[in-house]
Unconditional design. Structure first.
Length: 255
């Protein structure tokens, strides 16, 4: 099956795993996917907000389940993959959205502990890598599936004090392109998206003085991302999209 698979099946009844699904963009993605008919599994560390996010989707008639796990935990990926498949059947969409900034206020590299860089890489890069390894194989066997890695502007620009986070996201972008090249012909798409600045807890932690009115609503951003994922003429594997005001802008992927 071709790259077109996700687009042809759209989101009806597919199994979708969204990490970082208890708040912010991940929660909004869970809602948007469930509203489109997907069977959604949300992953986050704290149980209470996760249960609340699941209940909110169910209250609107959608299907959702929660798995409490830390994606930076070395043992988490296969447990998440196994539980998700047991809950919703084959996973056709994995969104690696959970992320950490590291210690806030954000620090210059010279003041960043090596352990804090390691933790940013463990959550933002190695966690998505482990989950992709745990799930992409079964996608390839079925000849279908999409993996979306949530990136950031900080992957492309060297902002002072964003070094650890930015390096993790830049490496995630590179893994996205390499996964796409290596999975070419399997029917599995691997994409990245920069969601832009959103009014979320993460943004408030990083930039507490920002005016929320200048930031995008994650619900709107999630709607753009889901529209991009299911579009019939949608993104080719390896593409890095950027959310702008009216949708996702996505230059053709380079191989
Ligand atoms: N907000 C922005 O302006 C912005 C801009 C560019 C890119 N992004 C990217 O967009 C994505 C979503 O960000 P957001 O602003 O929505 O963040 P957020 O509001 O802080 O939400 C983060 C979510 O991830 C979960 N999470 C954090 N660490 C985790 C871990 N180790 N294991 C499992 N779950 C974990 C959190 O729940 P628990 O704490 O309970 O685990 C929460 O559900 C991230 O990849 C971020 O880098 C955001």
């Amino acid at each position: 099956m071709s790259d077109m698979d996700m687009k042809e099946t759209e989101t009806a009844r597919i199994g979708a795993v969204v990490t970082g699904g208890s708040r912010g963009l991940g929660r909004a993605l869970g809602h948007a996917l469930a509203a489109a008919g997907a069977r959604v599994v949300l992953v986050a560390r704290e149980r209470a907000p996760l249960d609340e996010a699941v209940a909110a989707i169910r209250a609107r008639g959608g299907e959702a389940h929660g798995i409490a796990a830390d994606v930076g935990d070395i043992d988490a990926a296969f447990a998440i993959a196994g539980q998700a498949a047991a809950l919703v059947g084959p996973v056709d969409l994995l969104i690696n959205n959970a992320s950490t900034l590291g210690p806030v206020p954000l620090r210059l590299l010279m003041d960043t502990d090596c352990e804090d860089l390691s933790r940013a890489l463990a959550v933002n890069l190695v966690g998505p890598f482990r989950l992709t390894k745990a799930i992409a194989g079964s996608m390839a066997m079925r000849g279908r599936g999409t993996i979306l890695n949530v990136s950031s502007d900080a992957a492309a620009s060297a902002y002072e004090r964003w070094g650890a986070y930015g390096a993790s996201k830049a490496a995630l972008d590179h893994l996205t392109r390499t996964w796409a090249a290596e999975l070419n012909g399997t029917g599995v798409r691997v994409l990245a998206v920069d969601p832009g600045e959103m009014n979320t807890a993460m943004h408030a932690q990083a930039m507490p003085d920002a005016d929320p009115a200048t930031l995008a609503d994650p619900v709107r951003v999630a709607a753009h991302i889901v529209t991009w994922l299911v579009a019939r003429d949608g993104a080719r594997s390896g593409t890095r999209g950027v959310v702008r005001g009216r949708g996702v802008e996505a230059p053709e992927a380079s191989s």
